[in-house]
Design a binder for this molecule. Structure first.
Ligand code: ATP
Ligand code: MG
Length: 409
């Protein structure tokens, strides 16, 4: 009896609690509209780029071969969103016109290897190839003979292509850029996308000239443009009057401070919304936006510090120890501390030269700061200290049991 009534009491408690949670009106009308993988149907300030892309690839809907294209521009400038939108509308048109049009979207960074890129391309054509086991040339051969047999107009999109080229060179780009010569009834246009143009240096000039038959540059957004992008998304994501014009302007201005990055702006908006929601506030305030910006920065510092190579993390640990003792070491003192940490962990230390290079890298990442100090007749010395909020670095290093022993709580 007792057990029964006990569970009845608990259930009603839970029910009450759930009711109170469920009855709370969220400020979000559609949280998904701010998720990174949401593909909007409206892209303000990309009218010219969308028109260019439509022009370049329209021949695929007229059964003729379009040019290849290279899309580039800084991160968060709408390259992926634009090509996804254009290929989606092209797919709708091709159905109306009864054309076998296939848009294969492949993110080279996520696929990771040449084999996976090609097998994922094959799968998008409805050609099954095993997950592993074949040589990449064999997969390519099967793709070409399949397209020879089954006529199709293919838009092959290789996003974040720099990651492919830097790891594996340009072999498959070379093959893919010549693939039209191997079949007569199908057509393939290749779109490569990158926010880092240094991959061009890894390309054979013939591949480069083929890939860049058309080049489309995506410029960073201005703060004004970001405002319009944010406004369109606010309508989808939040109920009315959750965010004022002034607060939205602040989000746009803060996101445009480095370069106009729409991803950063939308991220800031989402995190600010979550902070307001947690406070049970019906509106997003300026304070929420500033807190969100800090939280995003801290999360980034945490993630960078957590994933650094071991010796860089040892150097940060050494700096953190100095910091805990309120000391600002010279590079020599830091090197000695690093050596003693490495030796107590039985890790082979790196040379002073290598360590200097790692310190330069850490400084470029914005994790540490150095200042040259004049020591009079003792010459000059470089003083080092941590540059960012300490807490995320401390947390990241402490998450490694081996380093945690050196860090005070
Ligand atoms: N003009 C726009 N209107 C609405 N949303 C946009 C616009 N441009 C970009 N976005 C949104 O901003 C985010 C980043 O855009 P996108 O992924 O297209 O950037 P990208 O140029 O591909 O960046 P990266 O080089 O880092 O891959 C996405 O969530 C996208 O939906
Ligand atoms: Mg992208």
């Amino acid at each position: 009896m007792y057990a029964g009534s006990y569970s009845l009491d608990s259930s009603s408690e839970i029910e009450k609690y759930l009711d109170s949670l469920l009855s709370k009106r969220s400020i979000f009308k559609n949280r998904d509209a701010l998720r990174p993988d949401f593909t909007p149907d409206f892209l303000p300030h990309r009218e010219n780029e969308l028109r260019r892309l439509s022009e370049i690839f329209a021949p695929l809907l007229l059964n003729s071969k379009p040019s290849n294209a290279l899309l580039f521009g800084k991160t968060g400038t709408g390259k992926t969103a634009s090509i996804k939108l254009v290929s989606k509308i092209m797919l709708q048109k091709s159905r109306e016109k009864n054309i076998n049009f296939i848009a294969s979207y492949i993110n080279c960074r996520l696929e990771g290897t040449e084999y996976r890129i090609l097998s994922s391309f094959a799968n998008s054509l409805n050609l099954q190839v095993p997950f592993t086991g074949l040589a990449t040339e064999e997969v390519l051969k099967r793709i070409t003979s399949y397209l020879q047999k089954v006529p199709a107009n293919v838009l092959l999109i290789l996003d974040e292509v720099d990651t492919l080229v830097k790891s594996f060179g340009d072999d498959i780009l070379y093959e893919l850029s010549r693939i039209n010569e191997t079949f007569s009834n199908s057509r393939l246009a290749l779109v490569v996308i990158s926010n880092d143009l240094s991959f061009k240096e890894f390309l054979d000039p013939r591949v480069l000239s083929s890939l860049s038959e058309e080049e489309v540059l995506f410029k960073p957004y201005t703060a004004e443009e970001l405002k319009d992008i944010l406004n369109a998304r606010v309508e989808l994501a939040f109920y009315e009057n959750v965010i004022s014009k002034e607060v939205l302007n602040l989000v746009a201005a803060m996101s445009a401070s480095e370069h106009g990055d729409a991803r950063r702006a939308l991220n800031l908006l989402r995190v600010a919304g979550e902070i307001a929601e947690r406070r049970n506030s019906p509106t997003i305030t300026e304070q929420d936006v500033r807190e969100a910006s800090l939280k995003i920065e801290e999360d980034q510092v945490f993630e960078i510090s957590r994933t650094l190579p071991l010796h860089s993390r040892l150097l940060l640990t050494a700096l953190l120890i100095f910091n805990q003792n309120n000391q600002v070491p010279s590079s020599g003192e830091l090197f000695n501390k690093y050596k003693s940490l490495a030796s107590s962990l039985r890790i082979q230390e790196l040379t002073y030269r290598r360590v200097s290079m790692l310190l330069n890298e850490l400084e470029m990442l914005g994790l540490i700061q150095s200042k040259v100090q004049n020591m009079g007749r003792h010459g000059r010395t470089r003083k080092m200290k941590l540059a960012t909020p300490l807490e995320p670095i401390r947390k990241a290093l402490s998450s490694d049991a081996m380093l945690a022993q050196f860090i005070s709580k």
